[in-house]
Ligand binder design. Structure first.
Ligand code: FES
Length: 293
């Protein structure tokens, strides 16, 4: 079995839920204020915050590992290890916020990712303590062990992102199946006012759900699969969120600005794919923006 096959087995192991579920409840309790959770998701940034923040501890620790090979550079290595330790907590909090809103298989693997990161952090703290007591050999041994664990954990995080699509925009993936031609979505007068309607786009023989919202003469058309985890946006609601009229996902409450598609409330951190719209003889026509061509 391949290494990635082993990781998939972990994702299937329901027995670990008796540990994972209480941990998730604790994370949700600590991160209860919506503004805190949105900040940690990266909703304000339009990009998941966790992969941005992890650059600092991972980069610092890798660099320290290189500098430790040169005796004259070891004080600088110690400084970088301290930088990594100091920045690990915000990176972990952002990861925990994302993890708490993922599906069960990703949460199981994420628990392993978090456990390895915690062990790596403990080794680096031990390394700093050893270096402070002038036990440099032990300090370097502990930090290289920490680097090994952090690297293994990063590989698992990559599997969660790439193989399990835990940080990907699911609306961007769905958009790839759409044609680049104009789609006829039917008469404007058939659309309900102020709530989403389901229409179907096509491309390559595949039907793609679209969420169409009419406000008077204005129509906004989105890919129907929510950017977060593919929830049915066409079954959502139109609500005012943080001063903007938004389309709100029925699954986890992500709110997307009707005008821009940008997230105003998480857990989604990326914009919802939005189509260009024009009217033609009273009919709504929509197509993907040119960046998808
Ligand atoms: S699928 Fe999670 S908020 Fe839409």
């Amino acid at each position: 079995m391949s290494l990635m096959g082993i990781l998939d087995r972990v994702g299937d192991a329901t027995s670990v839920d008796k540990v994972v579920d209480p941990a998730r409840k604790a994370v949700l309790a600590v991160l209860r204020p919506p503004a805190v959770k949105d900040f940690l998701h990266g909703t304000w940034l339009g990009h998941p915050l966790h992969p941005v923040l992890v650059q600092v501890p991972v980069g610092s620790w890798i660099s320290a590992g290189v500098l430790d090979l040169v005796p004259a550079m070891r004080p600088a290595a110690t400084m970088l290890i301290g930088t990594g330790v100091a920045t690990a907590l915000p990176a972990a909090l952002a990861g925990a916020a994302d993890w708490s809103d993922q599906e069960a298989g990703v949460r199981r693997l994420g628990a392993v990712h978090a456990g390895l990161n915690t062990a790596a952090l403990a080794l680096y703290v031990g390394s700093l303590a050893a270096r402070g007591r002038r036990r440099g050999g032990l300090g370097r041994f502990l930090s290289y062990c920490g680097l090994g664990l952090a690297g293994t954990s990063a590989a698992i995080g990559g599997h969660m992102s790439y193989a399990q699509a835990s940080g990907a925009s699911h609306s961007a993936t769905a958009a790839q199946a759409l044609t680049h031609d104009w789609l006829d979505l039917g008469p404007l007068d058939d659309l309900p006012e102020g709530r989403p309607a389901l229409r179907t786009g096509t491309g390559g023989g595949v039907a793609v759900p679209l969420a169409v919202v009419r406000r008077g003469a204005r129509v906004d058309v989105f890919v129907g699969n929510c950017a977060h985890l593919s929830g049915p946006l066409y079954e959502g609601d139109v609500e005012e969120v943080r001063g903007s009229a938004c389309l709100v996902c029925p699954w986890h409450g992500s709110a997307f600005d009707l005008d821009s598609g940008e997230p105003r409330h998480g857990p989604a951190a990326t914009p919802q794919e939005k189509l260009e719209v024009r009217m033609e003889a009273g009919r709504v026509m929509a197509r993907l923006p040119a960046r998808h061509a």
